[in-house]
Design a protein around this ligand. Structure first.
Ligand SMILES: O=P(O)(O)OC[C@H]1O[C@H](O[C@H]2O[C@H](CO)[C@@H](O)[C@H](O)[C@H]2O)[C@H](O)[C@@H](O)[C@@H]1O
Length: 384
């Protein structure tokens, strides 16, 4: 494994579409148009940036600050005419235009299920921002009982895995469903079924273990050698950020998150500088920026996309002619999975977002409540 020279693509955060180009009133814009209505000429090409080992993914001095600001959407607006709070994005023409390219997975449900005819459907779900709403305190990002029931139901019919940036134990604690497969630490900690598969058994770092119920499972941890380094960097980050009001550091086992959601904007540059200073001592770790969070992880060629491939093979679902994998996620790290599904697995990526973003997904859902409706629709469709 090449631990030195790897870099993975990192997307810039939300990419607003130029509103003035069409100059249409939001009322005239269809927010859930058919996919066929899309014309690629309407969209801007968005350049991507590379993650640099031990450095924030940027090329100019203030880029880390840009990245932090871009993950900070404007506050919701109050629509005085209707005298109730309407989220700004619901009437945002840019969002409606974006949806021409990334239509709602709800209004395109028939199209999605027609692709699944005669195929085994497999579901991959991100956790934060997908199954649970984004909240200020990461320790309180609970999943609602109704969402849990929807996930449980869908897992009765389709193999279902949760793929999260959190530690595997933490995400299991939140979800609490034994019938699912779990991949924590952005796919660097996978617990999958035991199968007689040469693909899985020949993978280095794949060991036999037991789950919480004592059932035999395969444990795949491609970054296991980084554990002491991650522990060390976690302690240093806790130490260096402890004077910054609102900053918290989360140990996700094979990666570390530095949260700045609750930090005063004026102190964001201080957070970024501290994190970057610590990372200078760790050329085998890289830094990326998520939703008001810096994510520190090993520079290995492994991500959520590879985890999806690994799980599909583990489940004997690697043949894209017979299988339709669907991945639902909201963050940059989910883009690796969208890309794999689009490019090699004939699958479907669904981005959860209430604002326009550059993405490799094919469809969109606005928020976790729409994700729940989508999951319930899959169950209903399968039952019928
Ligand atoms: O891959 P994911 O499951 O989406 O994990 C990505 C990060 O999610 C969590 O942070 C995000 O959600 C928090 C709770 O809503 C929110 O407070 C934070 O601002 C978000 O960035 C998690 O705490 C991180 O460790 C993950 O890296």
């Amino acid at each position: 494994m090449d631990l030195k020279n790897h870099s993975s693509p990192v997307l810039t955060d939300s990419v607003p579409v130029n509103k003035s180009r069409l100059g249409l009133s939001s009322l005239l814009l269809p927010c859930s148009p058919p996919a066929s209505a899309y014309s690629s000429a309407m969209y801007l090409a968005i350049p991507r940036r590379k993650a640099i080992p031990g450095k924030l993914d940027d090329t100019h001095d203030n880029a880390w600050l840009d990245a932090m600001i871009s993950s900070s959407p404007p506050p919701k607006k109050l629509n005085k005419d209707i005298s109730s709070e309407i989220p700004q994005d619901e009437i945002d023409p840019a969002y409606c235009i974006w949806m021409l390219k990334f239509p709602s997975a709800l209004t395109s449900f028939d199209q999605i299920t027609s692709n699944a005819k005669g195929k085994q459907l497999a579901l991959f779900l991100d956790y934060d921002g997908t199954l649970s709403p984004i909240v200020d305190n990461p320790e309180l990002a609970f999943m609602s009982p109704v969402m849990r029931a929807a996930v449980r139901d869908v897992a009765r019919y389709f193999p279902t895995a949760i793929i999260s940036g959190r530690s595997r134990d933490k995400v299991y604690e939140f979800v609490g469903l034994t019938e699912l497969f779990y991949a924590g630490s952005h796919g660097m900690d996978i617990m999958g079924p035991v199968r007689d598969s040469s693909f899985v058994n020949n993978h280095q770092n794949c060991i036999r273990s037991t789950d919480k119920q004592g059932k035999e499972v395969n444990l795949f941890q491609p970054a296991s050698e980084f554990l002491p380094m991650i522990e060390e960097v976690f302690r240093s980050l806790v130490e260096i950020t402890k004077g910054i009001n609102g900053a918290t550091v989360e140990n996700n086992k094979f990666c570390v998150s530095v949260h700045y959601r609750l930090v005063d904007k004026k102190s964001w540059p201080v957070v970024a500088r501290h994190v970057e200073n610590i990372l200078k001592n760790y050329p085998r770790l890289k830094l990326t920026n998520g939703r008001k969070v810096f994510e520190v992880r090993p520079v290995i060629d492994w991500n959520k996309g590879k985890a999806v491939e690994f799980l599909l093979e583990s489940l004997a679902l690697g043949n894209s002619d017979d299988v339709l994998p669907i991945y639902v996620g909201d963050d940059r790290t989910d883009e690796d999975a969208f890309k794999v599904l689009k490019e090699s697995k004939g699958g479907i990526g669904i981005l959860v977002s209430s604002k326009p973003k550059d993405t490799n997904a094919l469809y969109s859902l606005r928020d976790p409540s729409e994700v729940m409706v989508f999951l319930k629709s899959l169950v209903k469709w399968r039952r019928n």
